[in-house]
Design a protein around this ligand. Sequence first.
Ligand code: WTA
Length: 632
Amino acid sequence: MTQPPDKFESLLHEKRVIHPTAETKSRTYIKDYEAAYKQSIADPEAFWDQAAKELEWFSPWSKVLEWNYPWAKWFVDATCNISYNCLDRHVKTWRKNKVAVIWVGEQGEERIFTYAELYRQVNRCANALKSLGLKKGDRVTIYLPKIPEQIVAMLACARIGVIHSVVYSGFSAPALQSRIQDSEARLVITADVGYDRSKVVNLKIVVDQAVANCPTVEKVVVVRRQQPGVPLSASKEIDWYEWLKNQKPTCEPEKLDAEAPLYILYTSGTTGKPKGVVHVHGGYMVGTYLTAKYVFDLHDDDIYFCVADPGWVTGHSYIVYGPLLNGATILTAEGKPDYPDPGRWWSIIEQYGVTVFYTTPTAIRLLMKYGEDWPKKYDLSSLRVLGSVGEPINPEAWEWFYHVTGSKYPIMDTWWQTETGMILITPLPSIMLKPGSATRPFLGIEADVVDREGNSVPANTGGFAVIKKPWPAMMRTIYKDPDRYKSYWNIIPNCYTAGDVCRKDEDGYMWFMGRADDVIKVAGNRIGTAEVESALVSHHSVAEAAVIGVPHKTAGEAIKAFVILKQGEKQSAELIKALMAQVEKELGKIAVPRAIDIVPSLPKTRSGKIMRRVLKAKELGQDPGDISTLEE
Ligand code: WTA
């Protein structure tokens, strides 16, 4: 983390509170948060031990937690399999014929999988993976649009102990390539195309380019959605449906150590190289199971709609694993919230009787722009619980979301990270809410706001958000980079530093204010400034680049770049366009700066480090704080 300023001023002083309705309270699992929380942190290991016993294990643990600061092992010596708990556990019961997944395509198509059908598909896919010689510990990259095969492929890998690395299908070839290379994947699973507001996005071409430089990749499996199907090379490429067709619908799940890796998920940090966050079967299973159950208050009659893409951690934990572990019915929809019109999600809620709706502040702000008439057109009375994730939700967007859905459904503003694996700071439906606050720590979680030395700061003073004790779904390491993992636990003594700035109010409610490091949250997507800078510098005209996040009305933050050109290069509108295209080519659309300024110099420390903080203050007309280390 780069040095953040010593003091943080929080400008938000929202006063409104909202109490749960009697209906919400009567149904929810945790009726008295204060009492449950107190009990859970009096003995967190006993708390997690109880939670773990709600799931099935092949053999029990000798110890709940082994904590060798900063290395954790949860459910020591136990064996389990997360796919068994997502599928077999339900298929043995009446849930066999319950709907597991409802998928709605961008063109309005619908595909429905019962637990039994999902089980068969996953088992076929697991057998198909085995037929290619894949085995426990191997890595598979999944680069798919938001289609059910993504879920099937993830669970199939998990079933046989293969580690999946899902890469968001909006990433470009170089970004995909570096992720495949880092994980040394033996197989890539992709599709011919994805759809974006009816535009066809050719994914196969991206994979072809990426894989050309990935010698570890032996085969590429392609889900062919278009007719006639794209041609496949006989030696290396396999059609998904052919691959599964003759496989048996049963496959014994691998009995895995609780600490066996489940997946690697690459996320942006403060350097140019994305980090491969590693999660494991046992603890991750317990953490995502319990948070999904209590935060969304999942019961068997729920229809749970999460708008995330499984390419991000929200999709991993709260489309796939957490809800399936609970035997829930999940709804997932391809496409954007305003396509074909801004009634898209509201109409899905009405049509399917969605009860739990988990979305993002960016999407809410986008829908807000289109006005209240859109949600008003639809019957949203099936809803019970709402959710928000990925970035701070401003009180105005919170209030709008609350109001247009009926002014009675609690909004769970869930704070967590790719690294944390599970929701850590969040309301439960039964607690008092404050619009704009992620409220309180989840059961079993001890969180605080501290200064750089680790001392708690007074109420309503900004500081660093930290977690004081290990939790079961925490990442276990950064793939091939244990030092980078350790750094999370070294920044502030004796705790996990999230990289977020936060304040706690007089009621202990937490108000997240954004990142303290060089990570930008654009529409909830996590983008490292260093990655964008290195993409810009890879253009032949650019000598140096610096990137900052600036406030944006819909996306929360937008990327702004400052570029120094090489000598002899001339500024022009074409050049700016070419620089934007360069970032799109290197990283993908989501990382393209909204504005690029050509500048003669950049603020730097005497040791030559760019002071983005100074650039940002200047851009926003704020006081840059301590600039004693500034050279130019
Ligand atoms: C931000 C997404 C405020 C935060 C699950 C965190 C939030 C980063 C919230 C992790 C929230 C996520 N309120 N900020 N409810 N949820 N964040 O890894 O800055 O993509 O550190 O995980 O998102 O982003 P990531």
